[in-house]
Design a protein around this ligand. Structure first.
Ligand code: PLP
Length: 359
């Protein structure tokens, strides 16, 4: 068996044709009609009124916070288990991220969220880890009761729903990412979803130097250049055409892993409702994870430890008790998850894990 990567992008002739056709059309490369087309496609697919595409999913979180006027002296509550971009976006906005522990689905724990609220709290970023909505309904109710802006970091959730509604559309603003490991990718990319026209117009201004209209040099507020490119959107539209098939494939892949590992008592997977969730990465939880990772590598299988508990990372270096994120982040391992994977590769991987545990 050739080496199986933990993740790799999935693209082919359709993306190549889309890019060549775009170049043949003499387009200006910068953000214009192709980006509008992709924004409309994503808005329609997610059921969001508006979508605005930016350069990546870190900038989209930053813009979401700026749009609701989070800044200096404000606190933003984030889960202790997430990609580091979530708290870093709060820092970029001039605010202080405050970590709260997660529940057994790796999503923000509503009780821990309540306990972390102070007079300075202005916003909460709920991260739907791996496409799961966790207790988002409770988190939303707390945000409403306490008048906090709910931002959804749905970077891992394109194609996933919670209680029938697409993730990223529960908060005032939702954020998506199109980096290489995501279900569709343009190399880099991010998007903001919102139903609020005023916020949408504000986001459009903030990403274009604070101008209400491109080309007219009149600056209404502080803004930057976070615009996208039509070249990437041409590629992205070809990726988007494959999204529905990929959602099904991700669910099928999770089922295959689940089936292959169900009798291995030391391997745990988080309960995931596949009627709603298209898992982003295939994650397992095992004791002494690093030894399993080594064994898999020796058998040509790539894997990667899941994110660390962020409060303890050198960049934040905070004390505090976050037992769930600490425990799960030490046990979690991402297995190969690209939609390019074939069934027999997944069967080989699960057979090797069975062999490792002597089953
Ligand atoms: C939960 C989460 N938030 C934010 C990001 C950042 O997105 P980007 O890499 O597009 O900046 C990621 C990317 O992996 C993510 O998984």
């Amino acid at each position: 068996m050739d080496f199986i990567m933990q993740m790799e992008p999935d693209y082919g002739a359709e993306e190549k044709k889309a890019v060549m056709d775009y170049l043949d059309s003499g387009g200006f490369i910068m953000e214009f009609k192709k980006t509008r087309e992709l924004e409309e496609a994503i808005a329609a697919y997610t059921g969001s009124k508006y979508c605005s595409i930016v350069q990546n999913g870190t900038i989209s979180l930053f813009l979401a916070l700026k749009a609701v006027e989070v800044g200096q002296d404000d606190e933003v509550i984030v889960p202790d288990y997430t990609m580091v971009a979530t708290p870093n976006a709060a820092v970029l906005a001039g605010a202080t991220p405050v970590f709260a522990d997660v529940d057994q689905t790796l999503n923000l724990d509503p009780e821990k969220l309540e306990a972390a609220i102070t007079k300075k709290t202005k916003a909460v970023i709920f991260v739907s880890i791996n496409g799961r909505g966790g207790q988002l309904d409770k988190v939303k109710a707390i945000c409403q009761a306490r008048q906090l802006h709910l931002i959804e970091d749905a970077a891992q959730s394109l194609g996933s729903r919670f209680q029938g509604q697409h993730l990223g559309t529960y908060g005032v603003i939702g954020s998506l990412s199109f980096s290489v490991p995501k279900i569709i990718t343009m190399g880099q990319g991010g998007a903001l979803l919102t139903n609020d026209e005023k916020l949408y117009q504000k986001i459009r201004k903030l990403k274009d130097f604070g101008r209400p209209e491109g080309g007219a040099d009149h600056y209404e507020e502080m803004g930057w250049n976070f615009k996208y490119t039509d070249l990437q959107s041409a590629f992205g539209l070809a990726q988007f055409a494959k999204l529905k098939g990929r959602v099904e494939r991700k669910k099928e892949m999770w089922r295959l892993y689940q089936e292959g590992l169900k009798d291995v008592s030391r391997v745990k997977m988080i309960a995931t409702d596949l009627t709603e969730v298209a898992p982003w990465f295939m994650e397992i939880f095992v004791p002494e994870r690093d030894k399993l990772q080594e064994f898999l590598k020796d058998n040509n299988i790539g894997s990667r430890p899941i994110y660390p508990a962020l409060h303890s990372q050198p960049v934040y270096h905070l004390a505090g008790s976050y037992p769930v994120s600490e425990k799960l982040s030490q046990e979690g391992l991402w297995l190969p998850s690209s939609t390019k994977l074939a069934d027999d590769q997944i069967k080989y991987i699960t057979a090797k894990i069975q062999e490792y545990y002597g089953q």
